[in-house]
Design a binder for this molecule. Structure first.
Ligand SMILES: [Fe+2]
Ligand SMILES: [Fe+2]
Length: 180
């Protein structure tokens, strides 16, 4: 297994993965912040769960941020793009309501979990600190996926609409981050 990346001189694959995932967690924070604002009106009973997810994402960003600081690396050039994209996606899906919110989390976490598991497999031997950080976070992401998936018990319109868009944009952001 290999992860495609265009690394800078002196940069390791683990450095780059920490950077891209740090930006991705920032995107997730922006999604949930926007969704929470709109869910107060569109789906008030979801707010407590979304606040819990947001707290996890803040912890994830801090963990990747600490790894970057320890390595003397700056944040990814895609950081603010992730934030902006996350906010727009969160606002649109928050406005659409509970099923769109759950479908968004399921779609994102499906892509994120696949990438993080691949990252652990590739980095385990050469960069144990990066792999340990990822393993810690994967457990939370799996929980977000599973809880949201249960909310979508009967598949309907929203997953069909949201899946391709969110999958493609999440993949694009990761692809770009690995090459910037
Ligand atoms: Fe996360
Ligand atoms: Fe998550």
């Amino acid at each position: 297994m290999a992860i495609a990346a265009r690394l800078k001189p002196g940069e390791t694959l683990g450095d780059r993965v920490m950077k891209v995932d740090h930006a991705g967690e920032h995107g997730a924070i922006c999604i949930y912040r926007a969704q929470i604002r709109l869910a107060r009106w569109r789906a008030p009973d979801l707010v407590a769960e979304l606040r819990g997810f947001l707290a996890h994402e803040r912890r994830h960003r801090a963990l990747f941020g600490a790894e970057l600081a320890r390595r003397g690396r700056r944040r990814c050039r895609s950081y603010h793009l992730c934030g902006l994209g996350g906010f727009v996606l969160g606002a649109l899906t928050g406005l659409a309501g509970r099923r769109a919110i759950a479908a968004t989390t399921v779609a994102i976490e499906t892509v994120v979990l696949r990438h993080m598991r691949e990252q652990v497999a590739v980095l385990a031997a050469g960069d144990p600190a990066a792999a340990a950080t990822l393993r810690d976070i994967i457990a939370d992401e799996q929980e977000h996926h599973d809880r949201s998936d249960r909310r979508l018990a009967s598949p309907g319109l929203w997953p069909k609409l949201i899946n391709p868009i969110v999958t493609a944009s999440t993949e694009a952001v990761i692809w770009l981050g690995m090459r910037l």
